[in-house]
Design a protein around this ligand. Structure first.
Ligand code: FES
Length: 208
């Protein structure tokens, strides 16, 4: 159906007015959310960039920060109190009835540094099967000491500390306690030790 256009006087169809109304409605922003189900609300460019930046920063922080935090909080490869058994020698290499000094290299690492530390222990056996082991660190101030067969005592040259050769008890000098014993075992003819470090200069034996 057609009728005169009020502006031009020319005939126009009712469908043309319907198309115009639809076109006008499609370019008009909704007043509220009602009746616009499924329509996406545009996010301002500046806010979108801020969200992207925040997401990227969080991702980088997780990638870099989490492993560093884990490494910082993790115990070292071998710390005081470790129960790792370290092979130090063959059992038949230890003379019967005489303390024997044994040195070995222990790999130690903390969160940041890998290192190899030279350790010293004293082994003693009366039968070649059962062993005792003492740390080679003087419990006074940490010097190394020797064994004197004549007196059957350990002697620390730093301050002339003396320890009984069989039990490790203090028998002279300033050391506040006896030698520090370490766990030791024999397996398949080899001697294994659990090396530990202790606080020095104090009467009580406490792992450092
Ligand atoms: S460090 Fe051994 S007696 Fe002082």
């Amino acid at each position: 159906m057609s009728f005169p256009d009020p502006n031009t006087g020319e005939p126009r169809s009712a469908h043309a007015d319907e198309r115009h109304a639809c076109d006008t409605a499609s370019h008009t922003a909704p007043v509220d959310g009602a009746g616009t189900a499924g329509a996406a609300t545009p996010v301002p460019r500046r806010i979108a960039l801020q969200l992207l930046s925040a997401g990227a920063a969080a991702t980088v922080g997780a990638v870099v920060g989490v492993p560093a935090l884990v490494a910082f909080l993790s115990p070292g490869r071998r710390k005081a109190g470790s129960e790792e058994w370290i092979k130090v020698t063959e059992a038949d290499q230890v003379e019967i009835g005489v303390p024997v000094a044994v040195s070995f290299v222990e790999p130690v690492s903390d969160a940041w540094v890998e290192s190899r530390v030279l350790r010293n222990v004293w082994l003693r056996t009366e039968d070649g099967e059962t062993f005792t082991c003492y740390s080679g660190v003087c419990p006074h101030l940490g010097c190394s000491f020797t064994y004197e067969p004549d007196t059957q005592r350990f002697h620390c040259p730093c301050h002339h500390g003396l320890f009984e050769g069989r039990t490790g008890a203090v028998v002279g000098g300033p050391p506040p306690r006896g030698l520090d014993p370490l766990p030791v075992k024999v397996e398949a003819g080899a001697v294994y030790v659990q090396y530990k470090t202790f606080r020095i200069g104090v009467p009580e034996r406490a792992e450092a």
